[in-house]
Design a protein around this ligand. Structure first.
Ligand SMILES: Nc1ncnc2c1ncn2[C@@H]1O[C@H](COP(=O)(O)OP(=O)(O)OP(=O)(O)O)[C@@H](O)[C@H]1O
Length: 258
Protein backbone atom coordinates (compact mmCIF):
# COMPACT_ATOMS: atom_id res chain seq x y z
CA UNK A 1 0.00 0.00 0.00
CA UNK A 2 2.71 2.46 1.02
CA UNK A 3 6.21 2.20 -0.33
CA UNK A 4 9.28 4.10 0.85
CA UNK A 5 12.08 3.65 -1.64
CA UNK A 6 15.63 4.75 -0.79
CA UNK A 7 14.46 7.90 1.02
CA UNK A 8 17.00 10.39 2.35
CA UNK A 9 16.02 13.53 4.30
CA UNK A 10 18.59 16.16 5.26
CA UNK A 11 18.37 19.29 7.38
CA UNK A 12 21.42 21.42 6.56
CA UNK A 13 24.22 19.09 7.55
CA UNK A 14 22.11 16.61 9.48
CA UNK A 15 20.91 13.41 7.80
CA UNK A 16 17.60 12.63 9.57
CA UNK A 17 16.78 9.65 7.31
CA UNK A 18 19.42 7.81 5.37
CA UNK A 19 18.51 5.68 2.33
CA UNK A 20 15.42 4.19 3.97
CA UNK A 21 13.22 1.63 2.24
CA UNK A 22 10.20 -0.14 3.70
CA UNK A 23 6.70 -1.20 2.72
CA UNK A 24 3.39 -1.10 4.56
CA UNK A 25 0.93 -3.83 3.58
CA UNK A 26 -2.83 -3.25 3.37
CA UNK A 27 -4.74 -4.30 6.48
CA UNK A 28 -1.65 -4.35 8.71
CA UNK A 29 -0.77 -2.48 11.87
CA UNK A 30 2.81 -1.56 11.05
CA UNK A 31 4.87 0.00 13.84
CA UNK A 32 7.96 2.16 13.53
CA UNK A 33 10.10 2.06 16.63
CA UNK A 34 13.52 3.40 17.57
CA UNK A 35 15.28 5.55 20.16
CA UNK A 36 14.75 9.32 20.37
CA UNK A 37 15.93 11.15 17.28
CA UNK A 38 15.97 7.97 15.17
CA UNK A 39 13.90 9.60 12.39
CA UNK A 40 10.41 8.23 13.08
CA UNK A 41 8.46 11.50 13.03
CA UNK A 42 10.42 12.59 9.97
CA UNK A 43 8.91 9.57 8.19
CA UNK A 44 5.41 10.78 9.09
CA UNK A 45 6.28 14.30 8.01
CA UNK A 46 7.40 12.97 4.62
CA UNK A 47 4.15 11.02 4.17
CA UNK A 48 2.12 14.07 5.26
CA UNK A 49 4.22 16.06 2.78
CA UNK A 50 5.51 18.58 5.35
CA UNK A 51 9.00 17.48 4.37
CA UNK A 52 10.26 16.65 0.91
CA UNK A 53 13.04 14.06 0.76
CA UNK A 54 16.25 15.03 -0.97
CA UNK A 55 16.37 11.58 -2.56
CA UNK A 56 14.09 8.60 -3.14
CA UNK A 57 10.43 7.90 -3.89
CA UNK A 58 7.27 7.46 -1.83
CA UNK A 59 4.28 5.80 -3.44
CA UNK A 60 0.82 5.24 -2.00
CA UNK A 61 -1.30 2.69 -3.86
CA UNK A 62 1.04 3.18 -6.80
CA UNK A 63 0.72 6.98 -6.86
CA UNK A 64 3.78 9.18 -6.43
CA UNK A 65 3.16 11.00 -3.12
CA UNK A 66 5.95 13.52 -3.66
CA UNK A 67 3.75 15.41 -6.17
CA UNK A 68 0.88 15.67 -3.66
CA UNK A 69 0.49 18.88 -1.61
CA UNK A 70 0.06 18.64 2.20
CA UNK A 71 -3.61 19.77 2.08
CA UNK A 72 -4.39 17.09 -0.53
CA UNK A 73 -3.10 14.18 1.55
CA UNK A 74 -6.46 13.59 3.24
CA UNK A 75 -8.13 13.31 -0.18
CA UNK A 76 -5.60 10.64 -1.08
CA UNK A 77 -6.90 8.62 1.87
CA UNK A 78 -4.23 9.32 4.50
CA UNK A 79 -5.17 10.78 7.91
CA UNK A 80 -2.94 11.57 10.85
CA UNK A 81 -3.36 11.83 14.58
CA UNK A 82 -0.64 13.90 16.24
CA UNK A 83 1.44 13.22 19.33
CA UNK A 84 -0.29 16.03 21.22
CA UNK A 85 -4.05 15.88 21.21
CA UNK A 86 -5.28 18.81 19.14
CA UNK A 87 -9.02 18.91 19.68
CA UNK A 88 -11.46 21.79 20.14
CA UNK A 89 -11.62 21.52 23.91
CA UNK A 90 -14.76 23.66 24.38
CA UNK A 91 -16.73 21.69 21.80
CA UNK A 92 -18.53 18.40 22.40
CA UNK A 93 -17.15 15.00 21.50
CA UNK A 94 -19.68 14.70 18.65
CA UNK A 95 -18.81 18.11 17.19
CA UNK A 96 -15.10 17.32 17.36
CA UNK A 97 -15.70 14.17 15.35
CA UNK A 98 -17.67 16.15 12.79
CA UNK A 99 -14.69 18.47 12.22
CA UNK A 100 -12.85 15.42 10.89
CA UNK A 101 -15.22 15.35 7.92
CA UNK A 102 -14.76 18.99 7.00
CA UNK A 103 -12.21 18.39 4.27
CA UNK A 104 -14.33 15.71 2.62
CA UNK A 105 -17.68 17.47 2.41
CA UNK A 106 -18.68 18.48 -1.08
CA UNK A 107 -20.51 21.75 -0.59
CA UNK A 108 -19.97 25.40 -1.24
CA UNK A 109 -20.65 28.58 0.69
CA UNK A 110 -23.83 29.38 -1.27
CA UNK A 111 -25.48 26.03 -0.65
CA UNK A 112 -24.66 26.40 3.07
CA UNK A 113 -26.01 29.97 3.22
CA UNK A 114 -29.24 28.86 1.53
CA UNK A 115 -29.43 25.74 3.74
CA UNK A 116 -30.26 23.65 0.66
CA UNK A 117 -31.69 20.12 1.10
CA UNK A 118 -28.39 18.67 -0.12
CA UNK A 119 -26.59 20.37 2.80
CA UNK A 120 -29.12 19.10 5.33
CA UNK A 121 -28.86 15.57 3.90
CA UNK A 122 -25.07 15.75 4.07
CA UNK A 123 -25.24 16.87 7.69
CA UNK A 124 -27.66 14.13 8.68
CA UNK A 125 -25.38 11.54 7.08
CA UNK A 126 -22.34 12.99 8.85
CA UNK A 127 -24.04 12.82 12.24
CA UNK A 128 -25.12 9.23 11.58
CA UNK A 129 -21.55 8.35 10.67
CA UNK A 130 -20.19 10.06 13.80
CA UNK A 131 -22.57 8.08 16.03
CA UNK A 132 -21.53 4.83 14.35
CA UNK A 133 -17.93 5.67 15.07
CA UNK A 134 -18.71 6.67 18.66
CA UNK A 135 -20.25 3.24 19.06
CA UNK A 136 -17.05 1.59 17.82
CA UNK A 137 -14.99 3.82 20.11
CA UNK A 138 -17.39 2.95 22.96
CA UNK A 139 -17.86 6.68 23.57
CA UNK A 140 -21.58 7.03 22.80
CA UNK A 141 -22.35 7.94 26.42
CA UNK A 142 -19.95 10.91 26.12
CA UNK A 143 -21.18 12.27 22.78
CA UNK A 144 -22.53 15.53 24.26
CA UNK A 145 -19.71 16.00 26.80
CA UNK A 146 -17.26 18.85 26.35
CA UNK A 147 -13.82 17.51 25.42
CA UNK A 148 -12.18 19.55 28.21
CA UNK A 149 -14.11 17.42 30.75
CA UNK A 150 -12.65 14.13 29.48
CA UNK A 151 -9.66 12.21 30.78
CA UNK A 152 -6.53 12.24 28.61
CA UNK A 153 -7.23 8.67 27.48
CA UNK A 154 -10.71 9.52 26.26
CA UNK A 155 -9.42 12.68 24.56
CA UNK A 156 -6.95 10.57 22.62
CA UNK A 157 -9.74 8.23 21.53
CA UNK A 158 -11.73 11.22 20.27
CA UNK A 159 -8.63 12.43 18.44
CA UNK A 160 -8.27 9.05 16.73
CA UNK A 161 -12.00 9.05 15.98
CA UNK A 162 -11.74 12.44 14.37
CA UNK A 163 -8.99 11.19 12.06
CA UNK A 164 -11.20 8.17 11.24
CA UNK A 165 -14.19 10.30 10.21
CA UNK A 166 -12.58 10.86 6.80
CA UNK A 167 -12.48 7.06 6.36
CA UNK A 168 -8.79 7.04 5.51
CA UNK A 169 -7.22 4.06 3.82
CA UNK A 170 -4.11 4.67 5.92
CA UNK A 171 -4.14 6.02 9.46
CA UNK A 172 -0.92 7.53 10.86
CA UNK A 173 -0.75 7.47 14.66
CA UNK A 174 2.09 9.29 16.41
CA UNK A 175 2.65 7.90 19.93
CA UNK A 176 -1.03 7.34 20.79
CA UNK A 177 -0.31 6.20 24.36
CA UNK A 178 2.36 8.77 25.31
CA UNK A 179 1.64 10.05 28.82
CA UNK A 180 -1.07 7.48 29.51
CA UNK A 181 -1.55 5.27 32.54
CA UNK A 182 -1.72 1.47 32.07
CA UNK A 183 -5.54 1.41 32.06
CA UNK A 184 -5.73 4.06 29.33
CA UNK A 185 -2.99 2.28 27.37
CA UNK A 186 -5.02 -0.93 27.57
CA UNK A 187 -8.08 0.90 26.22
CA UNK A 188 -6.14 2.27 23.24
CA UNK A 189 -4.66 -1.19 22.65
CA UNK A 190 -8.17 -2.72 22.47
CA UNK A 191 -9.33 0.14 20.27
CA UNK A 192 -6.54 -0.36 17.73
CA UNK A 193 -7.27 -4.08 17.52
CA UNK A 194 -11.01 -3.36 17.07
CA UNK A 195 -10.34 -0.80 14.31
CA UNK A 196 -8.18 -3.31 12.49
CA UNK A 197 -10.48 -6.29 12.88
CA UNK A 198 -13.88 -4.66 12.44
CA UNK A 199 -12.95 -2.00 9.89
CA UNK A 200 -9.91 -3.53 8.23
CA UNK A 201 -7.86 -0.38 8.69
CA UNK A 202 -4.23 -0.05 7.74
CA UNK A 203 -2.33 1.73 10.51
CA UNK A 204 1.21 3.09 10.61
CA UNK A 205 2.12 3.57 14.24
CA UNK A 206 5.01 5.34 15.95
CA UNK A 207 5.25 4.20 19.54
CA UNK A 208 7.75 3.97 22.40
CA UNK A 209 5.59 1.68 24.56
CA UNK A 210 6.91 -1.74 23.59
CA UNK A 211 4.18 -3.68 25.34
CA UNK A 212 1.63 -1.98 23.07
CA UNK A 213 3.80 -2.39 19.97
CA UNK A 214 4.28 -6.10 20.59
CA UNK A 215 0.56 -6.68 21.21
CA UNK A 216 -0.92 -4.85 18.25
CA UNK A 217 1.67 -4.94 15.45
CA UNK A 218 1.66 -7.26 12.47
CA UNK A 219 5.04 -5.92 11.42
CA UNK A 220 7.71 -3.69 12.94
CA UNK A 221 10.37 -1.48 11.35
CA UNK A 222 13.19 -0.47 13.68
CA UNK A 223 15.11 2.78 13.15
CA UNK A 224 18.31 4.10 14.65
CA UNK A 225 20.26 7.20 13.60
CA UNK A 226 18.06 7.60 10.49
CA UNK A 227 18.58 4.07 9.25
CA UNK A 228 16.54 0.90 9.31
CA UNK A 229 18.36 -1.55 11.55
CA UNK A 230 15.78 -4.36 11.58
CA UNK A 231 12.30 -5.32 10.44
CA UNK A 232 10.00 -8.26 11.00
CA UNK A 233 7.16 -9.63 13.06
CA UNK A 234 7.12 -8.64 16.76
CA UNK A 235 8.41 -12.02 17.96
CA UNK A 236 11.54 -11.71 15.79
CA UNK A 237 12.09 -8.05 16.65
CA UNK A 238 11.90 -8.69 20.39
CA UNK A 239 14.83 -11.11 20.16
CA UNK A 240 16.93 -9.20 17.62
CA UNK A 241 20.28 -8.32 19.26
CA UNK A 242 20.66 -5.17 17.08
CA UNK A 243 17.34 -3.87 18.37
CA UNK A 244 18.06 -4.67 22.00
CA UNK A 245 21.44 -2.98 21.78
CA UNK A 246 20.05 0.13 20.07
CA UNK A 247 17.52 0.57 22.84
CA UNK A 248 19.17 -0.58 25.98
CA UNK A 249 22.63 -1.87 25.64
CA UNK A 250 22.95 -5.58 25.94
CA UNK A 251 21.35 -7.87 28.45
CA UNK A 252 17.92 -6.31 29.00
CA UNK A 253 14.46 -7.09 27.75
CA UNK A 254 12.51 -4.92 25.32
CA UNK A 255 9.40 -5.47 27.42
CA UNK A 256 10.90 -2.99 29.89
CA UNK A 257 10.88 -0.11 27.38
CA UNK A 258 8.31 2.68 27.76
N1 LIG B 1 12.69 20.47 10.90
C1 LIG B 1 13.84 20.01 11.35
N2 LIG B 1 14.96 20.76 11.31
C2 LIG B 1 16.16 20.29 11.74
N3 LIG B 1 16.35 19.05 12.26
C3 LIG B 1 15.25 18.26 12.33
C4 LIG B 1 13.95 18.67 11.90
N4 LIG B 1 13.07 17.66 12.10
C5 LIG B 1 13.78 16.64 12.65
N5 LIG B 1 15.08 17.02 12.79
C6 LIG B 1 16.17 16.17 13.33
O1 LIG B 1 16.11 14.93 12.65
C7 LIG B 1 16.41 13.86 13.55
C8 LIG B 1 15.27 12.87 13.57
O2 LIG B 1 14.18 13.51 14.23
P1 LIG B 1 12.75 12.81 14.43
O3 LIG B 1 11.87 13.81 15.09
O4 LIG B 1 12.30 12.24 13.14
O5 LIG B 1 13.12 11.62 15.42
P2 LIG B 1 12.14 10.65 16.23
O6 LIG B 1 12.64 9.27 16.00
O7 LIG B 1 10.74 10.93 15.86
O8 LIG B 1 12.40 11.08 17.74
P3 LIG B 1 11.43 11.05 19.03
O9 LIG B 1 11.23 9.62 19.39
O10 LIG B 1 12.22 11.78 20.05
O11 LIG B 1 10.15 11.76 18.65
C9 LIG B 1 16.68 14.49 14.90
O12 LIG B 1 18.09 14.66 15.03
C10 LIG B 1 15.99 15.83 14.80
O13 LIG B 1 16.59 16.79 15.63
Amino acid sequence: MLNFHEITVQFDGLVAINNLSFEVSKGNIHSIIGPNGAGKTTIFNCISRYYTPSMGAITFEGKNLITVKPHQIISEGIARSFQNVELFSEMTVLDNLLTGLHSRLKRNIFSIALNLPSVRKNEAESIKKAYKLLDLLQLTHLSNEKVSNLSFGYQKMVDIGRAMMAEPKLLLLDEPVAGMNPVETGQICQLLLRIKEEMNYTILLIEHDMSLVMKVSDYVTVMNFGQKIAEGIPREIQKDPRVIEAYLGEGKSLAEVK
